[in-house]
Design a protein around this ligand. Structure first.
Ligand SMILES: NC(=O)C1=CN([C@@H]2O[C@H](COP(=O)(O)OP(=O)(O)OC[C@H]3O[C@@H](n4cnc5c(N)ncnc54)[C@H](O)[C@@H]3O)[C@@H](O)[C@H]2O)[C@@H](O)CC1
Ligand SMILES: Nc1ncnc2c1ncn2[C@@H]1O[C@H](COP(=O)(O)OP(=O)(O)O)[C@@H](O)[C@H]1O
Ligand SMILES: [Mg+2]
Length: 281
């Protein structure tokens, strides 16, 4: 097996592109975040704010109708498109071309959402990040994997990973199965945990930032927004995954002296994205 590559500051500086002084929102990338369902609009709200705070120029969310006022009043900077259905996503339609799409936070597993996801993956060619319940739906329909754009980024936590690749008996077997899954389907796998590992075939990266403060609701939704943002800003999928995971962990390291482990919230992660960027110099 190849040596595991640590994701540290030097690895990030090889990939990070500082902002061009004459840039404008029209070339900073337009990201689309698709997700939310009745009671889980918070997931896509967090994701969309994290996406903006990570630097892309425009962010639109596609959500069920029940989330319209929630997202619009929480974050006026985010644009909102709604499904025809009130509580779940049933048909994904949008009238612009995003540079990247993040799908899954809070999307739920209604049967009509399965159909909507199937229709979406069959036709979508835009760089993609898949998380949460969209991963769980994909796990139940593994034949859809062949529709995904190459190097689509999947961000499973351990349970979601198990649903995707099946159970393992040891850490070594988990790694082997994840490499095989990444290779077979030509995917970037962000295996979330402590620490998070990223698989690009048999090349494995291991994050050096982050701490137990991140063990709280919505931090994964934040990560999805951050990686989608970087993808929309024209980073290669592997670079978007690596920089996203590093900055996300760093938000918790920077916040820790202020919040301690217990009082840290996913929103604190978003609030510290700026300082995480500044630490890159
Ligand atoms: N405010 C919100 O609206 C929130 C919505 N969420 C959404 O809720 C839906 C369900 O997601 P969940 O992940 O909670 O549910 P899942 O059922 O997918 O996963 C949680 C289960 O996995 C187990 N597990 C094992 N190892 C784990 C690990 N390392 N990390 C996390 N869980 C591990 C947990 O104990 C639990 O049984 C998703 O669509 C998600 O986006 C969550 O993100 C929480 C916040
Ligand atoms: N003990 C820990 N140390 C470091 N990172 C952690 C720890 N616990 C959770 N995380 C990170 O927090 C995030 C949790 O994601 P996820 O389980 O999808 O949360 P949610 O679905 O609630 O948004 C992942 O990025 C994971 O790596
Ligand atoms: Mg999650």
């Amino acid at each position: 097996m190849k040596p595991v590559i640590p994701i540290d500051k030097s690895e990030i500086l090889k990939r990070y592109k500082p902002i061009y002084a004459k840039t404008h929102k029209g070339i900073q990338g337009h990201a689309l975040i698709i997700g939310g369902s009745y009671g889980k609009i918070g997931a896509v709200t967090l994701s969309s704010r994290a996406c903006l705070k990570t630097g892309c120029g425009l962010v639109t969310v596609f959500i069920p109708r029940c989330g319209y006022k929630i997202v619009q009043s929480a974050y006026p900077e985010v644009m909102v498109l709604t499904d025809i259905s009130v509580k779940y996503i049933t048909r994904i339609v949008f009238d612009f071309v995003p540079q990247a799409i993040g799908i899954g936070p809070g999307i739920g597993q209604d049967i009509e959402t399965h159909t909507a996801l199937h229709r979406f993956v069959k036709t979508n060619e835009i760089p993609l990040v898949i998380d949460a319940d969209a991963l769980n739906i994909l796990s139940q329909n593994k034949q859809w994997m062949s529709f995904l754009p190459e190097k689509t980024i999947l961000t499973p936590h351990q349970k979601e990973l198990e649903r995707l690749i099946g159970k393992w008996d040891s850490d070594a077997e988990k790694i082997e199965k994840t490499i095989a899954f990444s290779k077979q389907n030509n995917l970037v796998i962000v295996m979330k945990g402590a620490p998070t590992k990223i698989f690009d075939g048999d090349t494995i990266y291991e994050n050096t930032t982050g701490n137990a403060a991140l063990a709280t609701a919505g931090t994964g939704d934040v990560l999805t927004g951050m990686i989608t943002s970087l993808l929309a800003q024209s980073y290669e999928p592997i670079d978007a995954a690596i920089i996203g995971v590093y900055l996300h962990g760093l938000t918790a390291d920077i916040a820790l002296p202020e919040t301690g482990y217990q009082a840290f919230l996913a929103s604190d992660s978003i609030d510290h994205i700026g300082k995480a960027y500044l630490s890159l110099g």
